[in-house]
Design a binder for this molecule. Structure first.
Ligand SMILES: CC(C)(COP(=O)(O)OP(=O)(O)OC[C@H]1O[C@@H](n2cnc3c(N)ncnc32)[C@H](O)[C@@H]1OP(=O)(O)O)[C@@H](O)C(=O)NCCC(=O)NCCS
Length: 237
């Protein structure tokens, strides 16, 4: 098992390798629009297949998820872990969400115009969570937050703390941009573990066994992924 305590120094992390093919030198840097194809390549090889809900529905190709993943890259608030061969081995994709103002049209439900039947099921779950949990009600003094939308690490590089390094860089971005709250919706037990290790607090939990549509359980991912959880971290407390 690889060391779980890599050292990070000026954007370069020395990670004990699991095998000789895995680079020890990783650089964490900002993602720009020029990285779009490489980011999608990583996500299609891993996230589209191994995020617990995607695995459960056997998502396959999904242009709608590609669009969701890439739409905030222009904010330059997302980060990549790159090995010495220049390959992206992990990403955190973030986007800023503003508090709705009085008189704003209610946002359209995510599932409404989703043409991909499997992805629509996942979007309907997100709509359900939105109905159950209002972050701006929980934090009335907050007018925007940074949403960590996607977290994905190459399977060969897991368990080394790379997701934590990407989250650390995200926290740095937030504090430099006067964003006081980070929000992560964790469909995976492992991403929730990452956030717990970084002192995030759980503010919402929906066991998959309790999400029923027409009386039927919709998602039953493999253990240990038993619940969808929202974790947050305030930077001003
Ligand atoms: C979630 C994810 C990004 C975590 O990345 P990571 O860099 O491996 O994170 P960490 O090294 O901090 O490990 C987090 C947890 O993963 C688990 N883990 C450790 N080694 C692992 C390995 N080799 N393979 C899989 N999971 C492992 C452990 O439970 C670990 O928690 P612990 O440190 O308390 O034991 C990664 O597992 C992933 O890409 N998963 C698939 C996509 C996904 O589900 N994304 C999140 C959706 S919300």
């Amino acid at each position: 098992m690889a060391s779980k305590a890599p050292t990070v120094c000026d954007g370069t992390a020395n990670v004990d390798a699991k095998s000789s093919e895995i680079d020890k030198e990783l650089t964490i840097s900002v993602i720009t629009e020029a990285d779009t194809e490489d980011v999608l390549d990583l996500l299609k090889r891993f996230f589209f297949k191994d995020e617990p809900l995607n695995t459960y529905v056997q998502l396959g190709e999904c242009k709608e998820l590609e669009k969701y993943c890439t739409k905030s890259l222009g904010e330059h608030s997302s980060y990549k872990a790159v090995n010495s061969r220049g390959e992206i081995v992990g990403v955190i994709l973030n986007g800023t969400i503003m508090k709705p103002q009085p008189g704003d049209e209610p946002p359209e439900k995510l599932a409404t115009n989703c043409a991909h039947p499997k992805f629509r099921k996942i979007m309907a779950l997100m709509d359900h969570v939105d109905e159950q949990f209002d972050i701006f009600e929980l934090y009335p003094d907050i007018d925007r937050f940074l949403d960590c939308k996607i977290l994905s690490v190459d399977t060969n590089y897991r368990g080394m703390g790379i997701a934590g390094m990407l989250t650390d860089r995200t926290l740095e971005y937030a504090s430099q941009n006067d964003i006081k709250l980070i929000h992560v919706l964790c469909s995976s037990h492992f991403s929730a573990r990452v956030m717990e290790k970084m002192d995030f607090t759980e503010v919402f939990r929906l066991p998959y066994a309790d999400y029923l549509v027409d009386g039927e359980q919709v998602f039953d991912p493999e253990k240990p992924h038993v619940a969808l959880r929202i974790l947050t971290k305030r930077l001003d407390h």
